[in-house]
Write a protein that binds this ligand. Structure first.
Ligand code: MN
Length: 240
């Protein structure tokens, strides 16, 4: 049995190569009882489960096939695809993970997160997040026609790009105090997250014991899968 971790694929119709890399990977990973954890920003944008574009259908049916073959797929919301909803999870057979989720990784409790909430210095993003995670705001958005939602999503994307160009690199990275707070809250020494697009394994002391923070790599031109075997040995699979 293997546990596999990926995040930040940012799948969109413009990056068909990455989509095909992912679908090929799914076919090879679909052996029974393997777990695949997708830690957010799987899609570049998701404006509602009723968006039946050919692109969305292609990804949904690939996920469906994989779960039917026995692969357990767990998906966490990112800051771009947080509208992945009940219908998506029902149709694909994937399981939704809450924003903070602890798994037992070969005997070690390990916290999984997307990572956006760790960037506490980015106050304007956190304000935006609070607003868009409100169920009432989401309901109102989902009631709008698809065309209108597409327009709004495009405007938000442009605003987000402008924002990331004005704030400093430090502000967009995680805050160590917040990392320590969340890890202590869940009583873990190991954390795996994505979001920052700064792949690394950080070693640091936490509550007088060694701790690790593993940051997953985004899929730009290649795919990256962090694979743990049942003994807890890990390996980085690079897909081209
Ligand atoms: Mn993100």
């Amino acid at each position: 049995m293997k546990n596999m971790f990926i995040s930040d694929l940012h799948l969109e119709p413009e990056s068909l190569y990455i989509v095909d890399l992912f679908i090929d990977f799914l076919l090879s990973a679909s052996a029974k009882s393997n777990n695949l954890f997708i830690l957010g920003d799987f899609f570049e944008v998701w404006i509602g489960d009723d968006d039946n574009s050919p692109f969305n259908q292609k990804v949904v049916s690939a996920l469906q096939k994989a779960t039917q073959q026995g692969l357990k797929i767990h998906i966490m919301h990112g800051n771009r695809d947080f509208l992945l909803g009940k219908r998506f999870f029902r149709e694909t057979g994937c399981q939704r993970l809450p924003d903070e989720y602890v798994i037992n990784l070969a005997g070690r409790p390990t916290l999984l997160m997307h990572g956006d909430t760790l960037c506490t210095a980015d106050l304007s993003y956190l304000r935006f997040r609070k607003k868009t995670r409100n169920w009432f705001v989401q309901k109102l958005f989902l009631l709008k026609p698809l065309r209108k939602r597409q327009e709004i999503a495009m405007k938000m994307r442009a605003a987000s790009m402008a924002h990331t160009q004005t704030v400093t690199q430090e502000i967009m990275d995680v805050t160590l105090a917040e990392v320590e707070r969340v890890m202590s809250k869940h009583c873990v020494q190991d954390l795996i997250h994505g979001h920052t697009h700064r792949p690394a394994v950080h070693h640091f002391p936490l509550n007088d014991k060694p701790a690790t923070r593993t940051v997953l790599a985004p899929w730009h031109k290649e795919g990256y899968v962090l694979v743990y075997d049942s003994e807890g040995n890990n390996d980085l699979l690079v897909l081209r």
